[in-house]
Design a protein around this ligand. Structure first.
Ligand code: B12
Length: 153
């Protein structure tokens, strides 16, 4: 065994991408950079990523803590058709976080979030700076046996 293998830290993996119809790249790149700066291993699928490609990435990275999907063009509801089935069949077996500009127009449709949850999103986040705390929360929820409360150190 090489010495560096002993000291290499175990990275936390997340799968990141932009919804299938959406070519807005800037926030995606900034989020990838932000999370990598915090030590995450970011599998960034980039823009125009269909649900099936998120599922394929999860198959390749079953250790992923979350799939993080951004959308800006307002068509995420159409883009996430198939997410529910991917989760029900275990092809995506980790929480799905959705964020960005999640409906069309400047006046936001209050039902947009409810419909996203119905499609299979677990969490909806407006700002990327909330991701680290949310990822910590989701990780704690998955690793804490029911009935036990984690003790703050
Ligand atoms: C640049 C741009 C483009 C470029 C994109 C180039 C590229 N490769 O990235 C081009 C010209 C290709 C483009 C095309 C289109 N665009 Co455009 N575009 C923009 C613009 C001007 C800037 C977007 C940007 O990069 N911002 C910088 C990043 C850092 O900020 P942000 O995107 O706002 O993201 C923030 C939050 O939303 C959030 N966030 C974003 N993603 C995520 C993900 C997660 C997980 C989380 C937690 C948070 C989060 O965090 C970011 C920082 O706070 C915006 C208007 C604007 N001023 O914002 C319109 C805008 C996003 N575009 C819009 C539209 C409509 C289109 C088109 C449909 C136009 C058309 N008719 O063709 C197409 C769609 C193309 C497609 N298939 O998706 C609309 C969306 C409207 C809506 N949702 O109601 C906007 C808002 C313009 C507008 N006011 O109408 N666009």
């Amino acid at each position: 065994m090489q010495p560096h293998q002993l000291t290499r830290p175990v990275l936390r993996t997340v799968i990141l991408g932009v919804a299938a119809s959406d070519s807005h790249a800037v926030a995606n790149q900034l989020i990838a950079h932000f999370l990598r700066g915090l030590g995450f291993d970011v599998v960034n699928l980039g823009t125009c990523t269909p649900v099936e490609e998120f599922a394929q990435a999860y198959r390749e990275h079953p250790e992923a803590e979350a799939v993080i999907i951004g959308s800006l063009n307002g068509h995420i509801h159409e883009d996430l058709r198939g997410l529910g089935q991917a989760k029900e069949t275990g092809r995506i077996g980790c929480p799905v976080i959705v964020g960005g500009n999640l409906s069309v127009g400047s006046r936001k449709d209050p039902s947009a979030h409810e419909r996203l949850y119905a499609l299979g999103a677990d969490r909806i986040l407006a700002r990327p700076d909330g991701l680290p705390a949310l990822l910590d929360e989701l990780r704690a929820a998955r690793t804490t046996p029911v009935g036990l409360v984690p003790v703050a150190s």
